[in-house]
Design a protein. Structure first.
Length: 175
């Protein structure tokens, strides 16, 4: 009987210990779940802040950069159009001078006259190429100067917006 009492007492202690252990596990499980929810909530909040700051950075840099890209595309189109026009004028001028040289060669009485026509054609050819190169260089320089001014304005705008964003963020953090 004493043995039965001991077993019952032992079983009761075992039951209580097991019940307390299960209760502790439940409490720890709830604590872990709460901690996980807090961590998840903090992570979501951090993500929202990062997302807001990321969009803010896009706002600061995106507008001026988009305008700069549009301006660069416009400048590229302008340059291609001007170069095409210059090239067409050059080709037409060269064709006209070549036609004149051919017409002049028909009136030649000898080799000396033919060499004179050829020499005039070569001199005009060299002069036209030199002038064309000069015109292309001026065209590219003018477009580059315009582009540099645009980039400078866009960089100033980005710097201004960046300073404003930092000031705004400082004021929000202080508040």
């Amino acid at each position: 009987m004493a043995r039965a009492k001991r077993q019952t007492h032992h079983s009761g202690n075992h039951f209580r210990a097991r019940h307390e252990s299960e209760h502790e596990i439940e409490n720890e499980s709830e604590e872990m779940e709460n901690a996980a929810q807090e961590i998840g909530s903090a992570a979501r909040e951090q993500f929202r802040r990062m997302q807001h700051n990321g969009f803010g950075a896009l706002d600061v840099f995106g507008g001026p950069m988009a305008r700069l890209m549009d301006q660069n595309w416009s400048m590229f189109q302008k340059m291609m159009h001007a170069m095409r026009e210059e090239s067409l004028e050059f080709v037409n001028r060269r064709l006209e001078q070549t036609s004149q040289a051919i017409e002049s060669s028909r009136d030649c009485d000898g080799v000396t006259d033919l060499l004179a026509v050829q020499q005039d054609w070569v001199v005009n050819f060299a002069r036209d190429y030199a002038e064309q190169t000069k015109r292309f260089a001026e065209l590219v320089r003018d477009i580059a100067e315009d582009g540099t001014a645009r980039v400078s304005r866009a960089a100033s705008e980005v710097a201004e917006r960046g300073r404003d964003a930092v000031d705004d963020e400082s004021h929000r953090a202080a508040a």
